[in-house]
Write a protein that binds this ligand. Structure first.
Ligand SMILES: [Zn+2]
Length: 267
């Protein structure tokens, strides 16, 4: 009997030792096996809602588990290094008036019709138009820089036609809130078509301009699916210069300018 008791105590101590050693290997850093780490990682990847018990168990294990998968990239974490205060990024919309006094520092007049734009985008816009023309497409620079006074005239005229400022503002942007006052945009149409209807999107010219605008630093400023954000109706003729980097990001990620700028606030 006495020998049996010694035997039991010996094995109890042995068992306790093995148990403690095993536990140490699992819960201290650097000791768990790869197999264990994969198992733990696969649990967190699947993202199954854990019960309170397993959540508690995972909480005690997780700090020791090295993630085997990189965390998913945050939206906007690959944003280009763009200076939002630069002239290229001026935002003008119904919430951001550019004021009565703003005018481009210098005006350039392009094409035979002398379409006026901010001279800083003249080369880019010329290359853009020439790129389309090189494909045999017809391009007409319909409207560029528009001074405050001209916008005011258009707006007042529209109020006279429709009877109220509220209704007029749905069609013509109130003075100070038109992007045309920056001289950084241009209405581009096919000269052979009725210039500014959404039918324009069916032209080869528009299809080419849409596909290539970012290569020249331009974006389609008022896309069809962004009207609730831009507060401007779909305009398949209005292209805005923002520089190649920003334009590429905006077009590739299907954004409007308001959404692009907001990404920098969130970052
Ligand atoms: Zn326009």
């Amino acid at each position: 009997m006495k020998g049996n008791l010694v035997f039991k105590i010996f094995f109890s101590i042995l068992f306790l030792g093995v148990f403690l050693g095993y536990s140490y290997m699992h819960f201290s850093s650097g000791w768990f096996t790869d197999e264990f780490s994969e198992t733990a990682a696969s649990i967190s990847e699947e993202g199954e809602p854990a019960s309170q018990d397993t959540a508690a168990a995972e909480a005690s294990v997780q700090p020791t588990v090295e993630p085997t998968v990189e965390p998913t990239e945050e939206p906007g974490s690959d944003l280009p290094d763009v200076d939002l205060t630069s002239w290229e990024m001026i935002l003008v919309n119904k919430d951001h008036s550019i004021g009565e006094d703003y005018a481009p520092p210098e005006i350039a007049e392009l094409d035979d019709n002398g379409c006026p734009v901010d001279s800083r985008i003249a080369d880019a816009l010329t290359s853009f138009a020439e790129g389309a023309r090189a494909e045999g497409l017809s391009v007409y620079l319909s409207s560029g820089y528009r001074p405050y006074s001209e916008q005011q005239y258009l707006y007042q005229t529209k109020i006279g036609q429709v009877g109220s400022a509220e209704e007029a503002a749905k069609i013509v942007t109130p003075p100070g809130t038109s992007e045309h006052q920056t001289g950084l945009c241009c209405d581009i149409t096919d000269i052979y078509r009725n210039p500014k209807t959404t039918d324009l999107e069916n032209t080869e010219t528009f299809q080419w301009l849409l596909a290539h605008c970012q290569e020249y630093g331009f974006i389609l400023r008022y896309p069809e699916d962004k009207q609730d954000i831009t507060q401007v109706m779909y305009e398949p003729w209005h292209f805005r210069y923002v520089g190649v980097e920003a334009a590429t990001y905006i077009m590739e990620n299907n954004l409007c300018l308001e959404e692009f700028i907001a990404l920098y606030d969130e970052a």
